[in-house]
Design a protein around this ligand. Structure first.
Ligand code: PMP
Ligand code: GLU
Length: 392
């Protein structure tokens, strides 16, 4: 019954596991959810006030598919001021989440058979999007001992005459890696030499720690025509369910994405677009400082667990510890932790990297402490119960 294109695509592991944990909680089970990529802070007060005001003012009609001019201007100004990207409001599209911006960019750039470079580990939806566009995902490995940062050399080795697009994600979900300017410059040079488009997913741009600096590849000379910069409000402003994100790039590409949006979702909810103007630039320092504290706490606690290796991530709000001493089957381990310890995590396999689990620290400190203590006890249980210690 179902079309071939959707049969090839599996469900989103991150959304699925998070939904399962929420469901168990609703049934009264005492689940600690470390799987969700969703900040536990409220959205900025000015955005909440504006959304109510906008509804009352009757801002509920269709808007231009590309998004309201006022918001696109504010985004263009933000990109100029904070990211060093020069663009006009005509080069900006407002989408229902960054996810739709990436999807639309893939759909308008990738023809069947085109190759799309995706750094591994990857965020779960990139391969699915490429699959839906009938492109071919080509994975570019990163090394744990290099902090999972993508190198120009690894990218260069996988470029062929069919390479059309590179999807970049810095800071990275799930590893927390933050690309250095020098590495990005090397990659930009390769893209220019080979005419490769870059979809730069910068949704975690504000979540950088230990002096790491977020750099936008779209700000480099020569990338104006090649880079589509994607960002959104879900993480920076805790507006996950509001569904609002955006992309900026060459006008011809943005207009094509607008055509796709016009024939699929029409426009982002009108009153949410108005609230977006107020959210931009809101002060989220308290949240970011708290994430930083939780990050260090989580890594310290994980490192105390026997057999667990964990690099200190420089960005986003995830840690990606290595549990391969426990057998290497991350799905089995995540399921064991969910059933035995009632702690939800995302298996590394969902991101293309076995042996790891992704844990989010965008949840309150109490839940993190309890979750980690349960994981620790559950792992001890494994050592005692198994014939070959540390294996499941
Ligand atoms: N990119 C990355 C790397 C993500 O983790 C997410 C998850 N929220 C998205 C894009 C999509 O975000 P949204 O659609 O909620 O803006
Ligand atoms: N991006 C978040 C995550 O990786 C939210 C879920 C999703 O959109 O995939 O957990």
């Amino acid at each position: 019954m179902l079309a071939e294109r959707i049969r090839r695509v599996s469900p989103s592991a991150t959304l699925e596991i998070s939904a399962k944990a929420k469901e168990m909680k609703a049934r009264g089970e005492d689940v600690i959810n470390l799987s969700a990529g969703e900040p536990d802070f409220p959205p900025p007060e000015e955005a909440t006030e504006e959304v109510c005001r906008a509804v009352r003012k009757g801002y509920g009609r269709y808007t231009a598919s590309q998004g309201i001019e006022e918001l696109r201007s504010a985004i263009a100004e933000k990109l100029r001021r904070e990211n060093g990207i020069e663009c006009t409001p005509e080069q900006v599209i407002v989408t229902p989440g960054a996810k739709m911006a990436i999807y639309a960019a893939v759909m308008v750039l990738v023809d069947p058979g085109d190759e799309v470079l995706i750094p591994e580990p990857w965020w779960v939806s990139y391969p699915a999007m490429v699959e839906l566009a009938e492109g071919r995902a080509v994975y570019v490995p990163t090394k744990e001992e290099e902090g999972f940062r993508l190198t120009p050399e690894a990218v260069g080795e996988r470029i062929t005459s069919k390479t059309k697009v590179l999807i970049l994600n810095t800071p990275c979900n799930p590893t927390g890696a933050v690309m250095r300017e020098q590495e990005l410059r090397g990659i930009a040079e390769l893209c220019q030499d080979h005419g490769i488009y870059v979809i730069s997913d910068e949704i975690y741009e504000y979540m950088v720690y230990d002096g790491a600096r977020h750099v936008s590849i779209g700000s480099f000379d020569g990338m104006e025509e090649l880079c589509i910069t994607v960002n959104g409000f879900s993480k920076s402003y805790c507006m996950t369910g509001w569904r609002i994100g955006y992309a900026a790039g060459k006008e011809e590409i943005i207009k094509a994405m607008t055509r796709l949006q016009a024939h699929s979702v029409s426009n982002v909810t009108t009153f949410v677009q108005h609230a977006g103007i107020k959210a931009l630039g809101a002060d989220m320092r308290l949240m970011l400082d708290e994430f930083d504290r939780r990050r260090r706490y989580m890594v310290e606690e994980l490192r105390k667990m026997p057999g667990v290796r964990c690099i200190m991530p420089e960005g986003a709000f995830y840690v990606f510890p290595n549990f391969s001493a426990y057998g290497g089957d991350s799905k089995k381990l995540a399921m064991y932790l969910l059933e035995e310890a009632k702690v939800a995590t995302v298996p590394g396999a969902a991101f293309g990297r076995e042996g790891h689990l992704r844990l989010s620290y965008a949840v309150c400190k109490g839940a993190i402490a309890e979750g980690l203590s349960r994981i620790r006890s559950a792992l001890e249980g494994l050592e005692h119960e198994s014939d070959s210690p540390r294996c499941i």
